[in-house]
Ligand binder design. Structure first.
Ligand SMILES: [Zn+2]
Length: 96
């Protein structure tokens, strides 16, 4: 049970919620040497090693709201919804 952050209505119990990404930004992460510490098997012996973090680039969510199914469908069909992505994780239909 949740309150839709777009229309403000309360949902019925056991109704899946949808997360709508309002804003996203590109992000780059730098290479970091010896950032991760872990145990590795090296020549049949466990050894504690530090591995590098490769870094990279991707997309970060800046703002997302919890919405009911009707608002999520409205948002996905609207002209604004071209750039936005809805996350249908709760009902098994994942769309990216
Ligand atoms: Zn709603």
């Amino acid at each position: 049970m949740y309150k839709c952050q777009i229309c403000g209505s309360n949902s019925e119990p056991n109704t899946p919620a949808h997360k709508i990404i309002i804003a996203a930004r590109k992000a780059t992460y730098p290479f970091r040497a010896r950032a991760n510490a872990c145990w590795k098997w090296i020549k049949e012996r466990r050894k504690f090693v530090h591995t590098d973090d490769r870094g990279g680039q991707g997309v970060e969510r800046v703002r997302e709201v919890l919405a009911c199914a009707a608002c999520a469908m409205k948002f996905a069909n609207s002209a604004n919804g071209d750039n936005a992505k809805t996350d249908f994780r709760n009902d098994g239909k994942r769309r990216r």
